[in-house]
Design a protein around this ligand. Structure first.
Ligand code: ADE
Length: 222
């Protein structure tokens, strides 16, 4: 999977995808993150990429030409995902759909927004990572890349991927996990987990997952 990221902060995106599982996936060539610095397509030698809004008002608007030229430099017909609080709310189903694309272009906005005309011209999907406003699209793009990458075959190790059931299949939250020591601050590990009875453990975990989901996220139970 190749993620092309149109951004004003390529270092932030490169750095944040260089650790842990994503870093390993990049090194293994399972994903690649190619940042295109929008400022490299500035309209003048001062590096200008934003301007005052027509019609007045506070804040600045990201100009269409630098964004468009940065996009054209990629030379790809891949879907263009614009990260914005006005987008469709990101979820596991969308992550799965995106993971089946070989290539994605992620467009990170800044300032008060992007000139509407470049959105109309190039964007195929508008995605929000939650009903709150971020300072820019980069943290949202990182969320999307993380959720999509872990669905790419080979990105998660065997141990990691076998635990992938929660959201995608049963639509349930994960059951609680325990490891050594057997007692912590007077709290014991649930007896059944020490029993060595695999079927009982499985039943208990399933029941816990259902119970947790009912308690914490009842709206997930269909
Ligand atoms: N940019 C600013 N806020 C955002 C959000 N909630 N989701 C995606 N992109 C954003």
């Amino acid at each position: 999977m190749t993620f092309h990221v149109l951004t004003l902060f390529p270092q932030m995106v490169d750095e944040a995808t260089s650790h842990s599982i994503l870093g390993r996936a990049k090194n293994a060539g399972l994903i690649s993150v190619r940042c295109v610095d929008i400022r490299g397509f500035a309209v003048n030698r001062h590096g200008q990429v934003d301007d005052a809004p027509y019609g007045g008002g506070a804040g600045m608007v990201m100009m269409a030409p630098p964004v468009y030229d940065a996009y054209k430099s990629i030379g790809s017909g891949a879907r263009v995902v614009y990260l914005s609080p006005q987008g469709k709310l990101f979820n596991q189903r969308m992550a799965e759909e995106f993971s089946r694309e070989g290539e994605l272009i992620l467009l990170c906005g800044h300032y008060e927004g992007l000139d509407e005309r470049v959105i109309e011209e190039i964007v195929t999907d508008e995605v929000s990572v939650g009903d709150y406003v971020l300072t820019g699209g980069e943290p949202a793009a990182l969320v999307l890349m993380d959720a999509v990458s872990r669905l790419i075959p080979g990105v998660l190790g065997k141990d990691e991927s076998s635990r992938d059931e929660s959201f995608s299949e049963g639509n349930l939250l994960e059951y609680p996990h325990y490891t050594r020591p057997p007692a912590f601050m007077g709290r014991a590990v649930p007896e059944v987990l020490l029993s060595g009875h695999h079927k009982k453990v499985e039943e208990w975990r399933r029941a816990q997952a259902v119970e947790r989901t009912r308690k914490k996220r009842p709206e997930l139970i269909t």
